[in-house]
Design a protein around this ligand. Sequence first.
Ligand SMILES: C[S@@+](CC[C@H](N)C(=O)[O-])C[C@H]1O[C@@H](n2cnc3c(N)ncnc32)[C@H](O)[C@@H]1O
Length: 599
Amino acid sequence: MSLYHEAAEILSSSSNSSGSLKSRVFGKKNGKAPPGQLYALVLESAKWSLVLKEVIEKTELLKLERKSEPLTPTLALLLVHDLLLAKKGIALPQSHGLRACIERHKGRLSSELTLARLRRKAPTIDALREQVERAAAGEEANYPRWVRVNALKSSVEEQLETTFSKHTRAESIQDIVTKSGRHIYIDPHVPNLLAISAGMEFAKVEAYTSGKIILQDKASCFPAYLLDPRSEDGDVIDACSAPGNKTTHLAAIIHQHRPGFEDAPQTIYAFEKDSRRAQTLEKMVKIAGSKDVTRIGFGQDFLQVDPMAENYKDVGALLLDPSCSGSGIVGRDSMPELHLPDPLADGRGGGKGKPSAANANKKKRSHDEIEQGAQNVLVDDDGNETVVKSEKDLEARLEALSAFQLTLLQHAFRFPRAKKITYSTCSIHSQENERVVIRALASDIAKAKGWRILRREDQVSGMRDWPVRGVVEAAEGDEIVADACIRSYKGDGRGVMGFFVAGFVRDSTDGNDNDALEVSVDADGDNEGEGPYLRDDDGRILRDVVGMPVLKSTGVAVSLRGVDEGKGDEEEGEGEEEEDASSDSGSGSEDEWGGISDA
Ligand SMILES: C[S@@+](CC[C@H](N)C(=O)[O-])C[C@H]1O[C@@H](n2cnc3c(N)ncnc32)[C@H](O)[C@@H]1O
């Protein structure tokens, strides 16, 4: 099957099948065309389809070539796209029948494209391209591109001087989305986060391909920042890791916090139940430069991880970002609306024929979606869309998700030395958010182990200052819990996706595990606190202005020194199951790099 037939097959199925375009193209079995080329052809042709439909109908191409089997409207759209807009033209041998039947009309097709451009008042083809891109962007056009500078490999200063040296500093997020040209805004809440104007082609940007910058929505940066893993927290678990945005963020934060004198680096145990997604996680961890501190649990279900196992005896912090309804995600990999040419159009702009099946389906689907409301389309972690037919269906689905999320959270409560947990979703539904938090706090395990909510006043400064908080009614009227919950909503002008995160803490760890952190006897032999740092009345470690802990022995904060990159190597080959699994996955995945979601 040629590239064009494979592309036509994908376009024809796009109106009634689920799954993001990317997952359908890259997950396609037995395809011959290179997935990258196929993806670009399908996406670009769909973006241009409104213009090309007009061009094809005006030239009456389908009428004139009706004997040229099998020139379908979809194939005509794809071939005319490449003839008029692709640098190398139609990717078929010159003698190929399909190529010949399109190229026969090259002159008229080109003239009609010029007329279509002039009708849209676009002075050049690039101006028309800009119009087409803007129309295809949909709701994403109202959002900046969020860029996290990876502290393991670069700094904000370096990126401002290099990758973004041509960007002008903006005063607000609104400036980023409304002003034309390239603008950049330094986020006031999350450290090392930048917002930039849309339109930059990151696939060609060195800082992106080398892992110095990571495309990650602002809200998706909240969990690792709120967890704030510090050296005294020991090892960290990322329970649901792929594709790895938060795992690599955790590594960057640990790197920035690590006090100079510390001899053993912390380990991040990153579990991912889905082996295919775990391969993407592995790639991301490698590119982000956090491989040495990360142990990936390939295909490992967090619920099967034994909290009492020796490996996890030093785990002090856990990040839980489980599968959810995805209702907060902004236009994820959305397919632009497809407009197919009418084979019976008369060239004067009036289509006589019935709407083609794809257009009819599309119309029906759009109409259905409007009636049902966007909230009723659930998008899972793979980008698969499920149109939920009724409120009852939605409730049942949310109830199932919420039960699974609560089970994960309760499992996290069992880690004997854990003192901090964050729980997050990219959902706007309170069933998956405040309700899970309230149920978790009320659970026997939370009570037995002393877990409580991380109150707003105890949160890291950027999260304390973030104004959008949990819903009081959904938190059963508990204002403290609601205020501790952090939310974001798409479309509220803050430029972020819909998201939810809450933190849990406890003052002491389990008493039966010889926990040196829990009851530590200091050098003087008195039992006045935990570890070598000074603490305030609430037991929190005192820090200097840059967050470094103050030593009891000197009364002075510890100083920073560069991280010993070689440390991770010493830990290799300890024969853990994660390590074994890791070597199995060396073959790499078919997924192209560059598709990591912002979520
Ligand atoms: C929302 S995504 C995580 C996104 C990720 N934290 C990031 O920021 O890149 C949820 C992931 O959890 C995985 N998952 C679901 N249940 C799991 C379980 N019981 N154990 C481990 N991973 C699980 C899913 O396969 C999916 O990749």
